[in-house]
Design a protein around this ligand. Structure first.
Ligand SMILES: [Zn+2]
Length: 193
């Protein structure tokens, strides 16, 4: 986990937000390989193992079909480099193409089990809430297996106002985003406030 991602980490338990504190055991350059993430509010502790921040057991849902990274890049509408992009589920597999082309750091949530951390990619596992603070990423992509209302609400919460949430599905739950595109197996919405 890239050490600067620590500034965005949020305890998944239901209480007022205070940033979590990361205590590294082992670092490689600026990546935390192992350590502990602590919540200063409820004192919960979450491990970092093999670079992965583990907030809960990841749901492993089937997401059939493949995703074209160049299409994703176009619909995300990232016009300038920098910042963070969150990918949820199997779509984390195409992180490298997105990170390279958009020049963003990718936060992979519930990534496929075989995927390892790398320069430009931080991995977080979670059972329920996305363990990131509100309005902190420049875009979110939800795999087709992660388009339930709960994932949609969480994606909407973490994306910055004016930025987009892309679902790899044409069928999405009722949500608070402004729909801006639908087709080619994707739904695209923008956070308006
Ligand atoms: Zn907490």
């Amino acid at each position: 986990m890239f050490i600067e991602v620590a500034d965005f980490l949020k305890c998944p338990h239901d209480h007022d937000f205070q940033p979590c504190v990361v205590v590294p055991d082992k670092m490689e350059d600026r990546n935390v390989v192992s350590g502990v993430i602590g919540c200063p509010v409820c004192n919960s502790e979450f491990p970092i193992r093999c670079g992965r921040g583990i907030f809960g057991e990841a749901e492993l849902l089937e997401s059939p079909g493949t995703v074209d990274a160049s299409v994703l890049l176009a619909v995300l509408g990232l016009s300038s480099p920098g910042g963070y992009l969150a990918l949820v589920g199997s779509v984390v597999d195409c992180w490298h193409d997105l990170a390279g082309a958009a020049e963003v750091h990718v936060i992979g949530i519930n990534a496929p089990a075989g995927l390892d951390e790398a320069e430009g990619l931080s991995l977080l596992d979670t059972a329920a809430e996305i363990p990131l603070k509100s309005s902190c990423v420049r875009g979110v992509v939800l795999s087709s297996g992660q388009t339930s209302k709960r994932w949609f609400d969480e994606a909407t919460r973490i994306v910055l106002p004016g930025q987009r949430v892309v679902a790899v599905s044409e069928s999405v739950p009722e949500n608070n985003l402004e729909q801006i595109a639908l087709g080619h197996g994707m739904w695209v919405g923008k956070k308006t406030n």
